[in-house]
Design a protein around this ligand. Sequence first.
Ligand SMILES: Nc1ncnc2c1ncn2[C@@H]1O[C@H](COP(=O)(O)OP(=O)(O)OP(=O)(O)O)[C@@H](O)[C@H]1O
Length: 294
Amino acid sequence: MPILELKNVNKSYGTGTSKVDVLRNINLSVEEGEFVAIVGFSGSGKTTLINMINGLQFPDKGQVLLHGNPVNGPGPDRGVIFQNYSLLPWLSVFKNIKLSVDEAFPNLSKQEKEKHINKYIKMVNLSHATHKYPKELSGGMRQRVSVARALAMNPEILLMDEPLSALDALTRGTLQEEIIKIWSKDKKTAILITNDVDEGILMADRIIPLTPGPKATLGPEFKIDFKRPRDITEINKDPHYKRLRNDILEYLIEVGATRKQTSDQKYLLPDLKPVMPGRVFFGRKKKNEKVKYF
Ligand SMILES: Nc1ncnc2c1ncn2[C@@H]1O[C@H](COP(=O)(O)OP(=O)(O)OP(=O)(O)O)[C@@H](O)[C@H]1O
């Protein structure tokens, strides 16, 4: 049985004339230990999707099932790494992580908890910053705390909502490697929401595109079968990578262009070209904003 299933999930916001159908007919089945990346355009409903898996929001129609049972709220079986760190500013690194550990392991002794928390702080190379406050940390360090906090709960499923998108390319690369290392060691099930095709190719077993909204839905999956551990430099040289990357980009460009023609809404999609080597950012271009290439 899959660990996670979404069956014909629909989700809208608002009512009457202001109703927006965000997600339509979402079907997804994830096996235990799989790493799935969902790649989509800005505003297409990626966070809404992850919130429904986490149990913070509920579908209007359809079902989200964990081990075959409907999700009816958040739980320590699902650890989330958000885009914006979401650390409590008045608590130290240690205490931010402790809050989640207290919830996940209420029966551990004080010493056991301390050992457990310090293990995860060490895992993300932050031992020197254990007693620092979020304002004393760089963006990359804060996101590391977020990663440690989610992992310290030892969740069955790791949910990542664009966890690295606010980071510079170097920190992003390092954290990608760290997440992968930890994932392959613990063999957790992982779902990564990203707007970066290359990030998906580096990290996931499957990439599933989310079409632009409204009524966004999941497109055909792309299997990523490069052997692990993956080396980005090696992968970059592989002709299979170039083909795969182009296929995914072409699909996204095509659905983006089709949606632009058929939607009443103005979709300012970036001009995407399958350029190599390099990284392409999928987002909605704001006025005067340059599309980011990594
Ligand atoms: N609580 C809400 N009420 C009304 N509309 C909402 C609400 N939350 C999200 N939306 C709208 O639903 C759509 C999808 O939002 P969501 O945040 O899920 O997209 P996203 O793909 O995660 O966006 P981004 O890439 O910008 O993070 C957007 O048009 C957004 O404005």
